[in-house]
Design a protein around this ligand. Structure first.
Ligand SMILES: [Zn+2]
Length: 146
């Protein structure tokens, strides 16, 4: 808990780079895996803090021009299971359109691995891979539009 208090004190001292007010402690650290702010590497190489709505807006803007992207995979149960590519706090970036289960050879042996195709919020096609739900995935832009 001390680390979290210290992180909040740092956040209050530096403020959000987007200029939005820093919410109360309980909102920033609600006790779930998600904290109420995002970090992004700033111009000077140090991380800047952003509120989540502004961070999401920037991620969506980045996605438009990026050729490679790192995000997270999540499953939503909504009349069947559907896979999505999301930000760390779970905001949607792309919908997975097809998925292929495979294995990856690592120094420790084989591990389950997913290869997928996705279409982002801008209608752009991506090819991705990752370990599974709740873990990071890497994407690269597929040729042409979806
Ligand atoms: Zn903001």
């Amino acid at each position: 808990m001390a680390e979290v208090r210290q992180a909040y004190a740092d956040l209050r001292a530096r403020g959000f780079a987007c200029g939005c007010p820093v919410p109360p402690f309980e909102e920033v650290f609600p006790g779930t895996r998600t904290c109420g702010y995002a970090r992004r590497r700033g111009e000077g190489g140090e991380d800047d803090f952003y509120c989540l709505p502004c961070a999401y807006e920037r991620e969506r803007a980045d996605l438009k021009t990026a050729l490679k992207y790192t995000a997270y995979l999540s499953i939503e149960e909504r009349g069947g299971r559907a896979w999505y590519v999301t930000t760390w706090p779970g905001e949607r970036l792309a919908e997975v359109t097809s998925i292929r289960r495979s294995v990856k050879h690592t120094w420790a042996g084989l591990k389950p691995w997913l290869y997928f195709r996705a279409v982002d919020l801008h209608g752009q096609a991506w090819i991705g891979q990752g370990e599974g739900e709740g873990t990071y995935c890497r994407l690269r832009r597929a040729r042409g539009r979806a």
